[in-house]
Design a protein around this ligand. Structure first.
Ligand SMILES: NC(=O)c1ccc[n+]([C@@H]2O[C@H](COP(=O)([O-])OP(=O)(O)OC[C@H]3O[C@@H](n4cnc5c(N)ncnc54)[C@H](OP(=O)(O)O)[C@@H]3O)[C@@H](O)[C@H]2O)c1
Length: 289
């Protein structure tokens, strides 16, 4: 970890040689319904991205598959030329079909095309972090990540990618990927109620590898739990704030990328993630999963 100061909850983390705030922002919710097409409120989406940077967030997660290309273009419109401190993470390995599905696209040619498209739509010469998204819309599925990962390693050698991560991956795939190339983060589904990766998180923490939970607030089905509501009521806080604060407490290698299309929710989350949770609060929350 580095000592770069931030007033955001959780401080900072080093993704390889890149420093990011542990409190980041996930841009997926800025696209239209079903993560297809433009946002209903274009100016509102631009305002959310500018607010994220104004709050001091230096880690924004996106993908060419969002829209497709919609969130990348919004990020460019809102924030380019980018602040020196801003790190934009993308994901390759899935495309969109006409029904809004997320079919895998992981041939070497597919992932190369996606990287070139991210560079173009984001207006960058180099991508800070590219996650290879594995599995499918149902979740992680077995299978070797070697072929697409080696194609990304080649692009990294060419200077088009700084760092690599994997997403939607099994523990076996994470291990295989780490044997092929330095992997700075794993982006998998994880939140108070979905704790399948508990062991993986601890192993990655021991090795200094970041774990970036997607759907930290439950994604399309917001987190609901009587224990979460009870702790939130006791702290006079929003349940979403408690869920984010719990993640920051859970492990130092967890980086938050909660999504929102609302400036008010973004501010609430950035403040609320800094809640102090007592041992009693943590025990009640831990029992949810
Ligand atoms: N690797 C992958 O396969 C993968 C898959 C999914 C997502 N992701 C990444 O993970 C990021 C986070 O996931 P996500 O955005 O889908 O889900 P999320 O962060 O778990 O939840 C977002 C939802 O929570 C709502 N929300 C946020 N703050 C709130 C608040 N303070 N009060 C009430 N509701 C609130 C948002 O609605 P409002 O807009 O109304 O605030 C939105 O509907 C994405 O943006 C994306 O970058 C990656």
């Amino acid at each position: 970890m580095t000592s770069l100061p931030t007033s955001l909850p959780g401080g900072t983390w080093s993704l390889g040689d890149l420093t990011v705030t542990r409190f980041g922002y996930g841009a997926m919710q800025l696209a239209g319904p079903g993560v297809m097409g433009p946002p209903a409120d274009h100016d509102g989406a631009i305002a959310v991205l500018r607010e994220a940077v104004d709050l001091g967030i230096t880690h924004i997660d996106t993908s060419g598959a969002y829209g497709p290309r919609v969130t990348n273009r919004l990020i460019r419109e809102a924030l380019h030329p980018y602040p020196d401190s801003l790190r934009i993470a993308t994901k390759v390995g899935a495309i969109r079909d006409e029904q809004g599905g997320w079919p895998p696209a992981r041939t070497p040619e597919d992932v190369r095309r996606a990287v070139y498209e991210d560079l173009e739509t984001l207006g960058l010469d180099v991508l800070d972090l590219v996650n290879l998204r594995l599995g499918d819309a149902r979740g992680p599925q077995p299978g070797s990540p070697a072929e697409p990962l080696e194609a990304l390693v080649e692009l990294q050698r060419q200077g088009l990618i700084r760092h690599l991560g994997v997403s939607n991956a099994t523990a076996e795939q994470v291990a295989e990927a780490r044997a092929i190339a330095p992997i700075v983060c794993v982006q998998n589904m994880y939140n108070l109620a979905h704790r399948h990766d508990d062991k993986l998180i601890d192993e990655l923490a021991a090795d200094g590898v970041a774990y970036v939970p997607f759907f930290p607030l439950g994604g399309f089905t917001p987190l609901q739990s009587s224990a979460l509501s009870a702790v939130a009521a006791r702290l006079d806080a929003a349940p979403m704030s408690v869920a984010l604060a719990w993640l920051l407490h859970r492990s130092p290698n967890i980086l938050l990328i909660p999504g929102t299309s609302s400036v008010a929710h973004l501010r609430e989350n950035a403040a609320g993630a800094g809640l102090t949770l007592s041992a009693e609060d943590l025990a009640e929350l831990d029992a949810i999963g």
